[in-house]
Design a protein around this ligand. Structure first.
Ligand SMILES: [Zn+2]
Ligand SMILES: [Zn+2]
Length: 273
């Protein structure tokens, strides 16, 4: 599984882009930086978008992307959402006021974007880039082009889904925006092929009160969270979502933790798992 960083910050300036990761050219995690990072052909190749939550820094490029891939694709782009995120996108985003309802355009039967809601028994689901193929390989293993995704609700002012993404070659974890959580690390500790942990960090330590109400990590809470992961030092840690306004201070405090096997994600990064 190849993961290309399109955006890895908690804000946007000419040097910072909001959160967005591209998996094997066809799937994105969130939609914070699709349009600034990919040309039209590359945008058109995206079939699935894993939307962690409804905050604007994670969904903002859905709007322009929907508009500009229209007429260039035969099938809808599938937006995988939890129930609250799905409802917010329908009622407050593609609502024909803020933006046209691209889940019914150009026609309700063949729209440019399709929202799929994952809840209850459907929080673990399969994405198969080969839609002609029926089912997994022998003994239930994932084949190239197949991804088994599990959404795990985490701690944020709105519904926010962390995700565990398994492929034929390895598994990664994406924390989404979150404050301290038990459920995510409980789920992580059950995985046996974790190759990378993408974990958010937003504010410096002196902004702990804001981080707590906004559902984000500071370096000091991040450190406590990582202690909940079994064998953490052996699993590469990728830290993202630093706020541009406090970037240098947050980075200094992160580095002072001297975390093993840790990389602060940068816009030019690509990873192979
Ligand atoms: Zn965010
Ligand atoms: Zn958020």
């Amino acid at each position: 599984m190849r993961v290309r960083v399109l955006g890895c910050h908690g804000g946007e300036t000419p040097k910072h882009r909001t959160t967005c990761f591209l998996i094997d050219e066809r799937i994105t995690i969130d939609a914070g930086a699709v349009c600034r990072s990919l040309d039209l052909d590359a945008q058109t190749r995206i079939d699935h978008m894993l939307i962690s939550h409804s905050h604007m820094d994670h969904v903002k490029d859905l709007a322009l992307m929907a508009d500009q891939v229209i007429g260039r694709r035969q099938t809808p782009i599938t937006l995988h959402c939890g129930p609250e995120t799905a409802e917010t996108l329908r009622s407050s985003y593609f609502n024909n006021y803020l933006w046209p309802d691209f889940t019914r355009i150009p026609t309700p039967d063949a729209p440019v974007m399709k929202i799929v809601t994952h809840e209850d028994n459907d929080l673990t689901f399969l994405i198969d880039l080969d839609e002609e193929r029926a089912g997994k390989g022998s003994n239930g293993s994932l084949l190239p082009g197949q991804y088994q995704v599990t959404y795990v609700p985490v701690t944020h002012p709105v519904e926010s889904m962390a995700m565990i993404i398994r492929s034929a070659t390895g598994t990664i974890l994406y924390s989404s925006d979150t404050g301290p959580t038990k459920s995510l690390w409980h789920a992580a500790n059950k995985e046996n092929n974790l190759k990378g942990l993408f974990v958010e960090l937003s504010f410096p330590n002196h902004m702990q009160a804001l981080a707590d109400v906004a559902g984000h990590f500071t370096p000091q809470t991040l450190k406590d969270e990582l202690d909940k992961i079994e064998g953490r030092d052996k699993i590469p840690l990728f830290v993202y979502h630093l706020k541009p306004s406090f970037y240098d201070q947050t980075k200094d405090e992160l580095m002072a933790l001297k975390l093993k096997n840790m990389h602060l994600v940068d816009l030019s990064d690509e990873f192979q798992f």
